[in-house]
Write a protein that binds this ligand. Structure first.
Ligand code: C5P
Length: 290
């Protein structure tokens, strides 16, 4: 038996360069892992893939629509030649359809989990290739920390960072569909320079400079589809946070605060209104054994 925890992410910079012939969009984006985790437990079985939730009703479909199941089946076919199976138990803490990469993180943790559980030699290139086929955000979670993503977001260049800051995450009750955000026609197109030049700011680690460079080209699209998300950002700014931005395709808004205490105090003002609120911070790791 093997237990892992795997983090959520925010995107301090997300630039949409333009549409691609394959229906995706060319991106340049910064990934930053944050200290909010799902937990996955893996147990060998003879064949097949079984997925269950560790808490609450056991109604999670163990079919191919689930990214954990897809990841496990891909690994079992391509690395284990269909000679084994696995039972996966998921404790879900990262909200779904939130722009926090929870499903992608679980998929990456499944690839890493099966590698460690079966102790098979598999190259990082092979794992990254399988991750990229599962979803554009999945390869990032194999490395964690901070990284630049290009292409669909699947080409990862890990970055060194000395930046550490407190975060408040506020998610509206209703999720937001990533394809709908891209398809809205409201994304702001930019060159990719903001994402690439962010590395110098992370190395230096000055929170004020980092905050002044926050940018998300999908934010106008998220606000267009969901005006209530715009209101969350405005309210956070009114509360005096250092900066706030929609995470990924939304609807979660992350706010950078001076201290964890400030994040907690402001978070309490959103609680009781149906929002999901998390006080967390940037982390330098990724998938970890428990
Ligand atoms: O790669 P993933 O399956 O996570 O993408 C989900 C959807 O988000 C895609 O089907 C596409 O509509 C949109 N997308 C995009 N360009 C990207 C990444 C995602 O248009 N670079």
């Amino acid at each position: 038996m093997l237990t892992l925890r795997t983090p959520a992410k925010i995107n301090p910079v997300l630039e949409v360069l333009g549409p691609r012939p394959d229906g995706y969009h060319e991106l340049a984006l910064v990934f930053q892992a944050v200290g909010l985790y799902d937990q996955l437990t893996f147990q060998k079985k003879e064949k097949g893939v079984q997925l269950s939730l560790s808490e609450g009703p056991n109604d999670l479909a163990a079919d191919d629509s689930n990214l954990i199941v897809k990841a496990a089946k891909l690994f079992i076919t391509e690395v284990l030649q269909d000679k084994a199976g696995v039972q996966v138990t998921l404790q879900k803490n990262i909200p779904m359809a939130a722009g926090l990469g929870g499903g992608s993180s679980d998929a990456a943790a499944t690839l890493r989990g099966l590698q460690w559980l079966f102790e098979v030699p598999v190259s990082e290139e092979k794992l990254a290739d399988m991750a990229g086929r599962l979803g554009s955000d999945v390869p990032f979670f194999l490395t964690g920390g901070a990284a630049l993503g290009t292409g669909r977001g699947e080409k990862i260049e890990p970055w060194t960072s000395s930046a550490q800051f407190s975060l408040l995450l506020v998610k509206t009750p209703e999720g937001l569909s990533t394809p709908a955000v891209y398809r809205s026609g409201k994304a702001q197109l930019t060159s990719g320079e903001k994402a690439k030049s962010f590395q110098a700011l992370l190395k230096k680690g000055n929170t004020k400079e980092i905050v002044s460079a926050l940018f998300n080209g999908l934010e106008p699209a998220a606000f267009y589809l969901r005006p209530d998300v715009k209101r969350v950002k405005e309210r956070l700014m009114e509360e005096g946070v250092l900066g706030a931005l929609v995470s990924g395709s939304g609807p979660t808004v992350f706010a950078v605060t001076s201290t964890a205490g400030e994040a907690k105090n402001i978070g309490e003002k959103f609680q009781g209104e149906g929002f999901e609120v998390f006080v967390t911070e940037t982390i330098s790791g990724g998938v970890e054994r428990q």
